[in-house]
Each structure stands twice: as structure tokens, then as C-alpha cells.
Design a protein around this ligand. Structure first.
Ligand SMILES: Cc1cc2nc3c(=O)[nH]c(=O)nc-3n(C[C@H](O)[C@H](O)[C@H](O)COP(=O)(O)OP(=O)(O)OC[C@H]3O[C@@H](n4cnc5c(N)ncnc54)[C@H](O)[C@@H]3O)c2cc1C
Length: 570
């Protein structure tokens, strides 16, 4: 079946929904949208965002835009584009107020103002929150707002498999409707890719199992460059052994990190900021403590340190961190009011993504990208906490507005090359589904995650990464012999998980290739064999594109408008 829309929004997380609201609002509900999610709309990963959304709201009390911009640039280890950062910090306060007007129940001060709390790497408490369920309330508010408009169709549980373009112009997206097993095509004048991150490339991760990098992989296959793929963020506080996030708000509210001697070890690594230093620094500090024998022995090699909230008191924990208490009690039978929480660094966020300009526009005509899937060069080598949900809102808004402008030029819906659609259908339903191979996709996925956990962790070396790349390439070969047990079409989660695995294998390769090439340490990319930042040779963004001979690397300059790189001390 071929279905036409003016705009296809791939992804219903914060970025996708914010863009949909902007398009509906700016166009007076005149633009017809197809809104696609591989799970139910409200199950997008964004509902899991916990701690807060960054915005400068308190100029009269000492915060200012320059400070938020400086914190972001310094946090990025000077790889962020400063024009992009500035536009971001100027716009995020408006997004907070918009959501307030649309009904979001922000946590409040006693005198009724929007409450903000400290977050890692920020010099002012500017994480705006709804307790520790911020993403859920943001999603709910955006969806409620969207339902005031009528001109959209929801495609829930519909899995996109490829982006089809002709002569550099977007034509449509191929997709499998899980509930019917039908292979459909959505044609459109515009595509917004808002498919989120790739966290489940790793075994020990904070991400929902749905976050498999599909959008990045589809864009890459369609010829778009991925930018800064080597920069993967490890969050300092993943619950051991599940990896569930213990939000940075735990430390923002005053929680301590302690080693097995009971010491607050951050004193040695970032004496001024202590536990609320940026994530790359805290994660390295924790791993150093563990490697040097000052951690606790954990299950399955997951040695850990303690996140101690016991001094915060029951009232603060119950009001500001209720989800954290619920999760630790349910998963470990541990009450953080009385006992410290076992945590260690955990794969959390992809700083890299589809190369996009300051408006979220990609290099393909008719295609924008927003949210975690995109790389607008906002986060550079290390994202600051609370800047991601803010990014989703800001660039959802920008992309939505730009798309409405573009539609004003009457672009029309291009013809879809029928042979490409047939090829994709055959590739999936004949070659892949009916193949009588002997490789189990779930075993391959497990092995991939072990490779990434082991070879692409907080600390890296060239030798470890080369060995990891070899293993990933072997897994890719074995994937060609994959056997999907369920041969049916309806709700075939085996098939969808296998397509996700194919995407993950591709992205693991690009990530390692980019990381191996970058012979320096910067932000989330920390090499034992090149332990210093090297601004002379590496103050540049990585671009990676597909060729017949595998991934090809290029580089582009970082935009520096105000702050020259200096040593990063906290
Ligand atoms: C546990 C956790 C807590 C976090 N807390 C915070 C926080 O407090 N503050 C902060 O700033 N950041 C936080 N982050 C980061 C932040 O939540 C994410 O970066 C952000 O929510 C990503 O939103 P998104 O709109 O880009 O994508 P997502 O919310 O991941 O949405 C992706 C959408 O794309 C769809 N999709 C994906 N692939 C396909 C496909 N093949 N076909 C069809 N649809 C597809 C999905 O179904 C979904 O609808 C947190 C991250 C984690 C893991």
C-alpha cells in the first residue's frame, strides 16, 4: 500500500511530538502529517527521561545565557559549535514556558515559581523538572497539545526499514505494519527523522530495548553522513546489575559518591564541582577507583561504587526522587533512605548522529533530523545533563517551523522509484525472513553487546578497539547467515529484532572506525594510548559516510565564535 502525506515524522519522542505540534500550530492545521512509531506513541523512550530539562530562567538571581552557553561549550570539551550552543540556550527558556502554558505540572518553589535543581557541569541550578518523571510529563503535555489539532494520522507499531531518495531528494519511507505484517510505503514532501539514540548497542545501558539506532542506520544507508559517532556518553550512575538510570538529580539534590573506604573520591578528580562535575569526568573517576581496587566487587564483573543518599532524609527523597526510591526498592529490595545504592558507569547517550545544520536540516533535500538521532554539533564530545530533553524541544520546534516554511515553496511529492521498494520488500521478506541459516539473531546481539561493553568502554586503546572492530565485522558476516524462527508476518518481533540488529551492527562498525581514527582523548572518548586532548590535530568533527569499500572518514571545522579551547578544570 502507498500512502501520501505532506510530512512524515519518524518518531514520537519529545523531538517528534514537539515538531508535530509546531507544524500543526504554525500551519493552522493545514499540513497533513503521518506520525510513525515502532511502539505505541507514548512508549517512546523519552517517557523515561528523569531528572530535568536545562534552561536559563533566573537572570535576576545570577544565571545568564552566557553562563549556560559556556557550561555547554566547556562540558563539550570545546567540540560544540558555539553558534549552535548560543541559539540553543536562547531558545530553551521559551520552551519551558510554552510547556508551562500547555499545562505541564513543573515542580514548584514554595512561592509558586518553576523549581530548578543543580545538574552535572552546570554552574547554576537550571534543571527544570517534574519530580524525577520529567520526560513522562513532557511527553504527555505535548501529546495532549497535539490532540487539539486534527490533521495527523498515527502509525503506531509500524517499523520503518529504509529511506528512499532519488537524485538527492527524499521520496518516501518503507515500513512494516507489525499488526498486519503488511509492507507499506509512506510518500511525503518532507521527512523528519526523530528516531532517538542507539544505547542498546551496549549490554550495560540505561536505554529502553527499543533504542537501536534505526534512524541513524537508515540515514547512513541512504547516503547521509553520521557526525561525531565516536562520542558515546557513559552516565556515572547506572544501577548494578540492571543498568537502570539513577538520575543525575540524585547528585544534584546532594547525593555523594563513595568508594569502599567510604571516601568521597570526587575530591581528587574535580574538587570544585565534586559529584556534579560533567559525566565524562565522573565516569572516569569511578572507573579509576574501581580499577585501582577501591570499588566493591559486583555480580558478573560489574564492580561498583556507592551512590549515597542517606543524608538527604526521607522527605527530600520522597518528594524529589520518588522514582529512584521505587526502582531501588523494587529491583534490589534496597531503600535509599537508609542504604547506599550500588552504581557504575553505564552507556547512556549518543553525542553523534545524523549530520544536521543549525535548523536541523540534513544534506538530503526534504529531510530534517531532530533529537538524539541528530548531530547539530550542540554537545560536542560530552553532553551536559538536562541538555538533551531541552535539545529535543528546541530542535523539534526549529525543524517544525522550517518544514512549514519549506512547504510554502510547494515542493510536491516526488515519484517513488518502484524497483527500490520491490528490492526492499524482497530483501526483508524473501532473503532475510525465509533464509534457512544457522545463526541465532539474539545470540549475535548478545555477542555484539559484549564486544561494545568490553572494547568501547569508558577507557579505550587502539589495540582494544581494533580487536573490537574485527569482532564486529565477523558478527556482520555471521549475520548474513541469520535464521529467523518465526516465519509469519503478523507481530513478527523476531523479524523486527533482526532488522534492528542489522542496524546495530552497522552503527557499531561506524562508531569504532571513527573512534580508532581519533588519536586523542576528548570528552567521552578517552584513550589510554593518546591520553591528552590534541587541539592542533583534532579540533574537528568526524563525518562518516558509506562507500562500496566500507565507511569513509572526513572531517569539518568546529565553529568557534567566542571561547577558544582552554584546559578543562572543575
Ligand atoms: C533513563 C534515561 C533518562 C534520561 N533522563 C534525561 C533527563 O532527565 N534529561 C535529559 O535532558 N535527557 C535525559 N535522557 C536523554 C533523553 O531522554 C533522550 O535523549 C531523549 O528523550 C531522546 O528523545 P528523542 O525524541 O530523540 O527520541 P525517543 O524518545 O527515543 O523516540 C524515538 C522514537 O522513534 C521511534 N522509532 C525508532 N526507530 C524506529 C523505526 N525503525 N520505525 C519507526 N519508529 C521508530 C520510536 O518508536 C520512538 O517513537 C535520559 C535518557 C535515559 C536513557
Amino acid at each position: 500500500m502507498i500512502i501520501d502525506h505532506d510530512v512524515i515524522i519518524l518518531g514520537t519522542g519529545l523531538a517528534g511530538l514537539r515538531a508535530a505540534v509546531e507544524i500543526a500550530c504554525k500551519s493552522g492545521d493545514m499540513v497533513n502529517m503521518g506520525i510513525v512509531s515502532k511502539v505505541q506513541l507514548m512508549r517512546a523512550h523519552s517517557v523515561c527521561a528523569e531528572g530535568g530539562t536545562a534552561a536559563m530562567l533566573r537572570e535576576e538571581e545570577g544565571d545568564n545565557l552566557d553562563l549556560h552557553a559556556w557550561d555547554t561549550v566547556k562540558g563539550s570539551d570545546f567540540l560544540a559549535d558555539q553558534d549552535v550552543v548560543y541559539r540553543f540556550v536562547e531558545t530553551s527558556p521559551q520552551e519551558i514556558l510554552l510547556l508551562d502554558h500547555w499545562g505541564l505540572p513543573w515542580s514548584r518553589t514554595d512561592d509558586g515559581r518553576i523549581l530548578q535543581r543543580p545538574f552535572g557541569g552546570h554552574s547554576y541550578p537550571r534543571a527544570t523538572m517534574a519530580a524525577d518523571k520529567t520526560g513522562f510529563f513532557e511527553m504527555q503535555t505535548l501529546y495532549d497539545t497535539l490532540t487539539q489539532y486534527k490533521n495527523f494520522t498515527r502509525y503506531d507499531e509500524v517499523f520503518a526499514t529504509s529511506i528512499i531518495a532519488e537524485k538527492g531528494r527524499f521520496c518516501g519511507v518503507t515500513m512494516i505494519d507489525a499488526s498486519t505484517g503488511e509492507f507499506n510505503v509512506l510518500r511525503g514532501k518532507v521527512l523528519l527523522i526523530a528516531t532517538g539514540g542507539l544505547g542498546t548497542l551496549y549490554g550495560f545501558t540505561t536505554y529502553s530495548q527499543t533504542v537501536t539506532g534505526d534512524g541513524q542506520a537508515m540515514a547512513y544507508r541512504a547516503g547521509l553522513a553520521l557526525e561525531d559517532s565516536e562520542f558515546l556518553q557513559f552516565h556515572p550512575t547506572g544501577l548494578v546489575p540492571s543498568g537502570i538510570l539513577m538520575t543525575e538529580a540524585c547528585r544534584g539534590e546532594g547525593g555523594y559518591l563513595r568508594n569502599k573506604n567510604g571516601d568521597r573520591f570526587m575530591e581528587k578528580y574535580a574538587a570544585a564541582k565534586m559529584e556534579v562535575a560533567p559525566r565524562d569526568i565522573v565516569s572516569r573517576a569511578e572507573m579509576t577507583e574501581i580499577i585501582e581496587g577501591r570499588g566493591f566487587e559486583g555480580p558478573k564483573g560489574l564492580d561498583y561504587i556507592h551512590l549515597d543518599l542517606t543524608h538527604l532524609g526521607a522527605d527530600k527523597i520522597n518528594h524529589r526522587l520518588p522514582l529512584i526510591r521505587e526502582v531501588t526498592m523494587k529491583f534490589l529490595g534496597l531503600d535509599p533512605i537508609y542504604e547506599p545504592i550500588p552504581v557504575r558507569p553505564v552507556a547512556h547517550y549518543s553525542m553523534g548522529g545524523i549530520e544536521a545544520d543549525i535548523n536541523g536540516k540534513t544534506k538530503m533535500e526534504g529531510v530534517w533530523a531532530a533529537g538524539e538521532v541528530a548531530c547539530t554539533s550542540l554537545h560536542g564530545a560530552n553532553r551536559l545533563g538536562a541538555n538533551s530533553t531541552a535539545e529535543c524541544l528546541v530542535w523539534g520546534g526549529f525543524a517544525g517551523a522550517e518544514i512549514v516554511k519549506y512547504l510554502g515553496t510547494n515542493p510536491g511529492i516526488p515519484d517513488m522509484p518502484a524497483d527500490r521498494v520491490e528490492e526492499e520488500e524482497k530483501r526483508i521478506f524473501q532473503d532475510m525472513l525465509m533464509r534457512d541459516g544457522n545463526e541465532n539473531p539474539y545470540q549475535l546481539r548478545r555477542e555484539l553487546r559484549e564486544v561494545m561493553d568490553f572494547h568501547m568502554g569508558v577507557f579505550r586503546t587502539g589495540d582494544e578497539m581494533s580487536a573490537g572492530l574485527e569482532k564486529v565485522r565477523k558478527l556482520k558476516e555471521r549475520f548474513n547467515n541469520v535464521n529467523i524462527q518465526d516465519k509469519h508476518r503478523i507481530y513478527n518481533s523476531n523479524l523486527i529484532n533482526t532488522l534492528e540488529l542489522e542496524n546495530m551492527l552497522l552503527l557499531a562498525e561506524t562508531m569504532i572506525v571513527a573512534a580508532l581514527a581519533r588519536e586523542e582523548s576528548r570528552g567521552g572518548h578517552s584513550r589510554r594510548d593518546f591520553s591528552k586532548r590534541d587541539d592542533v590535530n583534532w579540533l574537528k568533527h568526524t563525518l562518516i559516510t558509506p562507500t562500496d569499500n566500507g565507511p569513509k572518514l572526513d572531517y569539518k571545522d568546529v565553529t568557534i565564535t567566542k571561547w577558544k579551547p582552554v584546559e578543562r578544570k572543575y
